[in-house]
Ligand binder design. Structure first.
Ligand code: HEC
Length: 100
């Protein structure tokens, strides 16, 4: 699932649809991050990375998180959801590519 090609395909999708909230580096510090009562998830957080499963990440992206600003992205289609899941799971502590 986390094939390199999928990660590469997910990168521009993340920049287009997700970075505004989650940040270009995936660290939860997007331009709009401070607008929300529940802040966007920081994908570089070690505890989160250790606790999360690919299935949960996929479902969160597909269905959104009710009660938070996280929208459902079902309309992007299956391929995009798989690629975004792979990309999110590929984000390392410190965030790609320039750290924080
Ligand atoms: C409008 C702001 C916003 C946008 C755009 C957005 N998110 Fe989120 N996202 C959030 C918020 C707020 C949360 C909730 C934090 C929490 O409580 O887990 C969240 C949580 C998540 C989680 C964590 C789920 C979990 O179970 O821990 C994932 C994965 C995620 N977003 C992926 C994405 C992806 C991929 C995109 C782009 C397709 C995206 N988000 C776009 C605001 C946003």
């Amino acid at each position: 699932m986390a094939a390199a090609a999928s990660v590469q395909a997910g990168r521009p999708l993340f920049a287009r649809d997700c970075a505004l909230c989650h940040g270009q580096l995936g660290n939860g510090r997007g331009l709009r991050a401070s607008d929300f009562s529940t802040p966007p998830r920081d994908f570089t957080n070690a505890a989160w990375r250790a606790s999360v499963t690919p299935a949960r990440v996929y479902r969160s992206i597909r269905d959104g998180l009710p009660g938070t600003a996280m929208p459902a992205w079902r309309a992007l289609g299956e391929d995009a959801l798989v690629d975004l899941t792979a990309y999110v799971l590929s984000i390392k502590g410190g965030g790609p590519p320039a750290g924080r």
